[in-house]
Design a protein around this ligand. Sequence first.
Ligand code: NAD
Ligand code: 89V
Length: 343
Amino acid sequence: MARFKGALIGCGFFAVNQMHGWRDLADVEIVAICDRDPERLKIVGDQFGVARRYASADEMFSDGGFDFVDIATTVGSHRALVELAARHKVPAICQKPFAPTLADAKAMVAAAEAAGIPLMIHENFRWQTPILAVRQVLDSGAIGAPFWGRVSFRSGFDVFSGQPYLAKGKRFIIEDLGIHSLDIARFLFGDATRMTARTRRINPAIAGEDVATMLLDHEGGVTSIVDVSYATRLPEEPFPETFVEIDGDRGTLRLGKDYRLTVHSPDGTTQSTVAPSLLPWASRPWHNIQESVALIQRHWIERLAAGREPDTSGRDNLKTFALVEAAYLSAERGETVSLGELL
Ligand code: NAD
Ligand code: 89V
């Protein structure tokens, strides 16, 4: 029998990856699923053989019988569902983006803390194999102390066909994708203190910004650039690869196309490929993201078993989400925003 029984709310486009990830974990069984759309409930329930199916999260929680809940709905429902989990004292994972506003996100963290339940934000990009490889180089000291970095995601990939809601929101790329890149910047360079951002909308068919350029000051003295675009047409489409450049006081690191990692220092220059594995259920080009879903879910179970806070807990992710808010504020005002004003 599985040691951890889980429930999942939101059986949409991305949840299928999460269901695959759970199925691969020997200690876990998803015993109940919920979606207000009967078609999605049937598709996912049939594909993964889940008998308990609910149109209402309230009813699912009232019936209970699970040790954690995985919330895979879009942002508008995150606060209500995390608060529902907290009322039932059920540990919760919530997809990014955390919440519609920072005030909502803070309320969610407070609700989880008051209920004494762990809350993890499904911020999976820092769990990508190439990003973990970059972090390993930094930790090894090979390039010395970093003083400058760039986290870059520039693409012309049509994300709107799979996720049509992305074309409709007033906020787009920073809230949806930049949030991952900002979290990677925190993961590699530490927490940020100040943000300066500029945004553009190039695609006239969408409501939000599809280009953002952000300058961050980090606590340890690193200056970083986080730049994201869905309006960039390149000869070879890199979706969904994140490129990273880091200059340290001993050398440099570059993560480029096709997961090529170059590390240069007085010890020499090494080149390697730090590609993700193609899991049996994954498909290119999404496999990098899909593998990171499996890895973050394994991390959740390990920390749940150990009674320890996950790395991307709600408390931690407030600092990533504050960077999103700061970027929008900075772009709107044309000013630098101090994170201290928000947290
Ligand atoms: P989607 O619209 O395809 O799926 C969401 C599902 O949730 C829908 O089937 C909808 O009916 C259901 N739902 C919404 N509110 C509900 C409620 N209150 N009760 C029950 N069911 C409800 O969306 P998606 O593309 O799967 O995205 C879901 C979330 O995953 C978003 O927050 C998105 O940003 C995130 N996402 C994360 C990654 C990642 O790499 N971490 C990638 C893609 C999407
Ligand atoms: O990862 C995500 O959150 C996705 C995508 C890569 C398409 O931006 O929404």
